[in-house]
Every structure is written in structure tokens, then in C-alpha cells.
Design a protein around this ligand. Structure first.
Ligand code: FAD
Length: 341
């Protein structure tokens, strides 16, 4: 006789929530996902997925969603237009828009028999059986994230990373000949403009006017523009008793291109404890504690390293160091990359 299983309720249908739901359905666990928004939807994200192992995507039952993602290998780093470093990634990254990816994962959850309820905003409170995957916790901060797709833009490498005096922006190809341009900048309320013009203003302000000019010569998709502000990087404030995954637990600085992979890895780590709870073999507090300590073990080192490197990229003296090391061909790119994986 089949055992009666308890339903796992997931608040937040982004990458962590949807991949968790798919992985749990593969194991026969009933799931209900509440998503505040709807699909498809453009999101602020570099859309460059680096560090997601095929085995993780398989364990979550979502590998097919990446079948046509673009393999991204070559990269260049520039500082205010000047080349600092060029390299190849040891393992190819994947380029796919969030517009496409989130919608595909939502489909996958439904296909596997999970329930996804759109326009359903949940309250952040600790409840048995509730997993909070609703993304970054609102906080006062100095960062703004901006993104927009462009077409007819010739790329110099699969990933272009442009450092500026006010932040950085990544360019990565996604589907349909689009290039996603996504930046993290220090907020400047004096900068005006809406949509892609605001993104271009931030690039120009940071000394990336050559890039801004290149983008002005390309075709912009204004509907793809998205912006986000009011978030802090690193570990997010905790709510005692709440089971948390993904950006809601900790937000790795975006230059790593690793946040999405972390969302998948976190979901994978949570599968077993949640399945055990659902079958009645583990009580909720033990399940939560098992997930929490697995996340800490897996992510502590890379979060600490990324948090330490973030100011190096964001402040003048750090960028100067990066430029000097780059010119002397002494930038330890691969060792640094392995620290944030
Ligand atoms: C500027 C920038 C660039 C980035 N670039 C990259 C990159 O190139 N590569 C990479 O790997 N990562 C990147 N990231 C990080 C990556 O986007 C995140 O790590 C990833 O989206 C985390 O997934 P998540 O599911 O935890 O959160 P999200 O994807 O944010 O999903 C959370 C979901 O919860 C929903 N929600 C919110 N509140 C509620 C509520 N109360 N009830 C129900 N639902 C709710 C939201 O609508 C959303 O759909 C970047 C981030 C930023 C800010």
C-alpha cells in the first residue's frame, strides 16, 4: 500500500522553488508552488549559468530545459573599455533567458503533476511544510540591478564583463540572437532615463561609454528591460523557524555568475530531507536543520570568497589592482574562479 505523503508548500516560483518542486515530484512528493507573479517574465539576471553540474539538473528532473541553451566558454574582462583578461572557462557555462527558462521549469513542474499557482503572494512566516524560495529579502542598500536584451550586437567573446567606476555589467548571448546586458551599479539618484536609457546612463557614468555607444548601435528590446533595487548581498536576514532556500537564504554577488547554479544546488540538497519529512520519517524541525546545515557546508566558502572579492571590483583601488595584474598577465583568474564555485 502506498504511504500517504504530506504536501510540501513552496513560496516563490523562481529557479530554487520550481527546481525543488520538479525534483520532489520526481520522487513522488506532492508539491504546491505559490508564485507572486506570472510566466513568462523578464527578470534582472545575467542569464549566464556557470557551475551547474549536469548531475544536479538530472536529479531535479530539469535537464531537458537546457537542451538548447547556448554553451558559453570564452570570456573577456575589460575595465572602462580596456582589456584586462581573456580566458576560457574550464567548463562551458549556459546561456538562456530567464523569460524562457522560468516558463519551461513551470511547465515541467506541471508535467510532473505539481501544482503552480500564479499571482499568489505568500506571507513570510514559519509554518510546517513551507519552504521559502521567494528570492532576496528587501533591504536598504546602495545597489541597483538593470538588464535589457539587444539584437544585432557583435560579441567579442561568449561573455564580456565590463568593469566601471560605478559597478559592472556582463554581456552574454542567449537564444534567438539576443544578447543580454545586465549590470550591478551603485545607485545614483541623479541619473535619469527609463528602460534601456537608464542602463546606458549607468554605463556611461562608469566610464563605459564605448560600450554604451556600441549598444546604441544595436536593436534594443525595451519589453525585456527589468530593474531591481533594495537588496543586500550575502546572507539574508533569518526568520527563526523558517525553511529557506536560494537567494532568500543567501545572495552571492552577481559577478560570480553562480547564483542560479546555487539555487539548483540548494534545491538538490533539500530533496532528501523534504522527502523524508513528507513520508513522516523526519520531523519538521530536524528536516529544516538538515537542510540548513547542508547549505552552510556547501556554500560557506564560496559566499565568503565572493563577498571578499566584491569590493575589489566595486572600488577604485581594487579595480586598479585588477588592471595592473591583468596588464602583467598575473591575474589568477582560474584559482579565483574555483574559490567561488
Ligand atoms: C544584477 C544581477 C545579475 C545576476 N546575474 C546572474 C548570472 O549571470 N548568473 C547567475 O547564475 N546568477 C545571476 N544572478 C543571481 C540569480 O538571478 C539568482 O541567484 C537566482 O535568480 C536565485 O533564484 P531564486 O529562485 O532564489 O530567486 P528568484 O529567481 O528571485 O525567484 C524568487 C521568486 O519568488 C517570487 N516571490 C517573491 N515574493 C513572493 C511571495 N511573497 N510569495 C510568493 N512568491 C514570491 C518572485 O516573484 C520570484 O519569481 C544575478 C543577480 C542580479 C541581481
Amino acid at each position: 500500500m502506498a504511504t500517504l505523503k504530506a504536501t510540501v508548500t513552496i513560496a516563490g516560483g523562481g529557479l530554487a522553488g520550481l527546481s525543488l518542486a520538479a525534483g520532489l515530484r520526481l520522487r513522488g512528493v506532492p508539491v504546491k508552488v505559490h508564485e507572486a507573479g506570472s510566466y513568462p517574465r523578464h527578470r534582472v539576471c545575467g542569464e549566464f549559468i556557470s557551475g551547474a553540474a549536469p548531475a544536479t539538473l538530472e536529479a531535479l528532473g530539469i535537464a531537458d530545459a537546457f537542451a538548447d541553451a547556448l554553451p558559453r566558454r570564452s570570456l573577456i574582462w575589460l575595465s572602462e573599455g580596456k582589456l584586462v583578461h581573456c580566458d576560457d572557462l574550464p567548463e562551458p557555462a549556459l546561456g538562456i533567458s530567464r523569460y524562457r527558462l522560468d516558463a519551461r521549469l513551470r511547465e515541467r513542474v506541471t508535467e510532473l503533476g505539481g501544482e503552480v499557482i500564479e499571482h499568489s503572494r505568500q506571507v513570510r512566516e514559519p509554518l510546517e511544510g513551507l519552504v521559502w524560495t521567494a528570492g532576496r529579502i528587501p533591504a536598504k542598500s546602495r545597489w541597483i540591478g538593470l538588464k535589457c536584451h539587444f539584437r544585432d550586437l557583435a560579441m567579442k567573446a561568449d561573455l564580456e564583463m565590463h568593469l566601471g567606476s560605478n559597478g559592472y555589467a556582463g554581456l552574454a548571448g542567449v537564444e534567438d540572437g539576443r544578447v543580454n546586458v545586465c549590470g550591478l551599479f551603485k545607485v545614483d539618484r541623479a541619473l535619469r532615463g527609463s528602460g534601456s536609457e537608464l542602463l546606458l546612463s549607468y554605463l556611461e557614468q562608469g566610464g563605459n561609454d564605448v560600450l554604451a555607444k556600441r549598444l546604441r548601435g544595436a536593436v534594443v528590446d525595451e519589453d525585456s528591460f527589468a530593474a531591481v533595487a533594495g537588496f543586500s548581498l550575502g546572507r539574508q536576514p533569518e526568520l527563526p523557524g523558517l525553511c529557506v532556500l536560494g537567494d532568500a537564504e543567501s545572495m552571492i554577488p552577481p559577478f560570480t555568475g553562480n547564483g542560479m547554479s546555487m539555487a539548483f544546488q540548494a534545491a538538490e540538497l533539500a530533496l532528501e530531507p523534504l522527502e523524508e519529512w513528507s513520508k513522516g520519517f523526519l520531523d519538521w524541525d530536524d528536516c529544516r536543520a538538515a537542510i540548513r546545515s547542508a547549505l552552510h557546508r556547501r556554500f560557506r566558502r564560496r559566499l565568503n570568497a565572493a563577498q571578499a572579492l566584491h569590493p575589489v571590483l566595486m572600488y577604485g583601488s581594487g579595480r586598479h589592482l585588477v588592471k595592473s595584474l591583468g596588464r602583467a598577465r598575473l591575474l589568477p583568474f582560474r584559482p579565483l574562479l574555483s574559490l567561488v564555485r
